[in-house]
Design a binder for this molecule. Structure first.
Ligand code: PRX
Length: 660
């Protein structure tokens, strides 16, 4: 990679000539030609990709249907099956013996599975599900850790046309219950335990607890994968061991051919209100973008070893583990553990051991590994052979230029392009990102829209703002992998993503952004709604507030804001009014711990507030509105510049100064 800047005014990092020559999208002219094609013949552009990358049972004749906007449809009269496209098709084209997944367990044991084996396993699970009466259109919740079984379970649902909804293994029983109830799932696929960082953690017993909370009447069966082999309670007539279910099932299974708009999955994510929303994705358009972005952004080729470190409980794990790389017949790593176990050199050791060529992770992981590497040479990337790497990626939150540079030099050996991919659960796949053999990179910028994605920055009235002036990030035209609706709440879908402010015309991402005056490059400036991004995990402030006030014996009122954090990007700060006198010292610490545990129980450990501040009241305007801007200043430890003359009780500012 040549680092020399041809334009000295712009700190570009250019891909080397060799990278450009070998890339799927080779050079800026090729990128621009794709954008121009999409501009002049939008439907033709997407239709060509859909025909080339996917195998259709019934070819589509319609491309984009805007008749019921903003409920857009893509390729609606075509039929296909996602699991056929990811598995059978690869076997049919001679890749049956190729390794699909290299699984590394928390303790380091490695299991490889070929395309034929993964297909056989998927078919057995699919047949097992059918034997329990699970049918096309039914919902199945999957609550499992990173595993071949997890990927196969998702593929098996897709195979029979059941809509999966994966719930991240770190969520609590209450969160599992809420999601199971909202989906109306008929079955849950889980494991006895999960193993992370050397610890065995429960899964099945949490499902039991979730179901005992009530409201999940549609659930007929709980399928349990054996991970730890330790004893777990099994409810007769409801719970089935996966091994027993698939034993004797045929290793072939006719796929359910579904319409392109058939819901492939629901994935819950946080919004501005207290209740997480079930983002509904389609089969055809989603799979197309998963495959296309894996090809163009990750430049995946036949001999690559691809590693996306995300969990299958998040959208990144869906698109860049379960669907994209498999749709292209790639070889990928699935990792059960955590980056810091047995030490913070785990990622680098795995890249070395498995000769990983494409590595995709989150800035929060990079930042924590920088800290560890700086303290201990043994876990520094320089202590490992990372020469197999040719491409790096970043996702989930803005990557600060210092972390980018470190990643580029120390992990990528100053030779690997970094694709800083901006996208969301709702977008299904990459929206704004460099293409590795085309786009000159600027640390901290996700650069330019993916070909065909009409991203723009507008003001509150929907008018374009000039480059150099920040505004609201929107997408002007529907694209194939976009969210179709919020499960069971189409009105909320319209209000959240196609609000009247923009005359219902543009998709509203919920992020602010700015384009550079010279380059037109995009930089994401952060959420413009009440959503926090902690370690790349998305959380609603109201969701955490509801969890806090649900501790009714202690909490009278709570407000949650974010503050910047060096490692996690943002940290959760809670301001709490108790139903008892203001606590101090050890007592305050003990109550803070109790509240953190409560939030952990209501949502999951990821939502636990880092700082808790107690006051006899919260700062409010005369009309009784909480002054959140003021709370954000307090959380950051900034000098208060806002007008506080309207505060009823200015003494609370002193009280809130202490974080526990
Ligand atoms: O704020 C943006 C941030 O993550 C949000 C989406 O979160 P989620 O739906 O959980 O999906 C995460 C994985 C795709 C966005 O609204 N975000 C994601 N990627 C980036 C980013 N912010 C800046 N740069 C990115 N590359």
């Amino acid at each position: 990679m040549s680092q020399a800047n041809t334009d000295t005014a712009i700190p570009f990092y250019y891909p080397s000539d060799a990278v450009v020559a070998a890339a799927h999208v080779s050079g800026m002219a090729a990128y621009e030609a794709l954008c121009a094609r999409a501009e002049s013949d939008y439907e033709g552009f997407w239709a060509d990709q859909a025909r080339e990358l996917l195998t259709w049972k019934t070819p589509f004749t319609q491309v984009l249907d805007e008749s019921n906007a903003p409920f857009f449809k893509w390729f609606a009269d075509g039929t296909l099956n996602a699991s056929y496209n990811c598995l059978d098709r690869n076997v049919e084209r001679g890749l049956g013996d190729k390794t699909a997944i290299i699984f590394e367990a928390d303790g380091g044991e490695v299991t490889k599975i070929s395309y034929s084996e993964l297909l056989a396993k998927t078919c057995q699970i699919a047949n097992g599900l059918r034997s329990l009466g699970v049918q096309k259109g039914d919902r199945v919740v999957i609550y499992i850790s990173m595993s071949i079984d997890g990927v196969a379970a998702m593929q098996a649902c897709a195979r029979i046309g059941a809509t999966h909804s994966v719930v991240f293994g770190g969520f609590s029983a209450q969160s599992v219950r809420d999601r199971v109830e909202d989906t109306g799932a008929v079955a849950i696929i889980t494991a006895d335990h999960q193993v992370r960082g050397g610890k065995k953690l429960p899964l099945k017993s949490i499902v039991d607890e979730a179901l005992a909370l009530g409201g999940c009447d549609a659930v007929r069966n709980v399928l349990v994968v054996k991970r730890s082999g330790s004893e777990v309670a099994m409810t007769a007539g409801r719970d089935v061991w996966m091994d027993d279910l698939v034993a004797g099932q045929p290793t072939t299974c006719e796929p359910e051919w579904v319409g392109a708009e058939h819901p492939l999955f629901l994935l819950y994510t946080s919004g501005s209100t207290g209740k997480p929303k079930g983002v509904q994705h389609s089969t055809g358009g989603y799979l197309l973008h998963a495959a296309l972005t894996t090809q163009w952004t990750f430049d995946l080729k036949a001999d690559d070893v691809f590693w996306c470190t995300a969990d299958i409980g998040w959208v990144t794990g869906h698109t860049y583990i379960t669907y994209g790389p498999l749709a292209l017949g790639g070889t990928e790593i699935v990792f059960e553990g955590v980056p810091t176990y047995p030490d913070a050199g785990r990622f680098w050791k795995m890249i070395q051991d498995h000769k990983v060529s494409i590595f995709y992770t989150a800035p929060t992981a990079i930042r924590s590994l920088i800290k560890a590497a700086e303290a201990n040479d043994a876990v520094h990337p320089k202590s490992y052979d990372l020469s197999s790497l040719r491409l790096l990626g970043s996702v989930g939150e803005p990557i600060n230029p210092a972390a980018w540079e470190w990643y580029y030099r120390n992990v990528g050996g100053s030779r690997c392009p970094i694709v800083d991919t901006f996208w969301q659960t709702e977008t299904g796949g990459h929206m704004i990102t460099p293409l590795p053999g085309a786009t000159p990179m600027v640390p901290g910028s996700c650069t330019l829209p993916f070909p065909g994605i009409q991203a723009a920055i507008v003001d509150e009235t929907g008018k374009d703002v000039p480059n150099g002036q920040g505004g609201i990030l929107v997408v002007k035209r529907p694209w194939p992998s976009m969210i179709r609706t919020i499960w069971g709440d189409p009105e909320r879908f319209k209000k959240s993503y196609y609000p009247e402010d923009f005359k219902g015309k543009y998709y509203l991402a919920g992020d602010g952004a700015i384009r550079d005056e010279k380059t037109g490059y995009f930089t994401i400036t952060g959420r413009i709604d009440d959503v926090l991004n902690v370690s790349g995990h998305r959380m609603g402030t109201m969701e955490i507030e509801s969890a806090l006030v649900s501790c009714t014996e202690l909490v009278a009122e709570a407000a949650v804001v974010g503050r910047p954090d060096d490692t996690t990007g943002e940290a959760v700060c809670a301001f709490v009014v108790l139903k008892r006198p203001l606590p101090f010292g050890d007592e305050a610490k003990a109550i803070a711990k109790q509240l953190r545990d409560h939030v952990g129980k209501e949502i999951g450990p990821i939502a636990k507030p880092k700082d808790i501040r107690f006051g006899e009241n919260l700062p409010k305007t005369r009309s009784g509105k909480i002054m959140r801007r003021l709370l954000r200043s307090i959380a950051k430890g900034e000098a208060i510049t806002q007008d506080t003359s309207t505060l009823e009780n200015p003494a609370i500012l002193d009280q809130l100064g202490q974080a526990y």
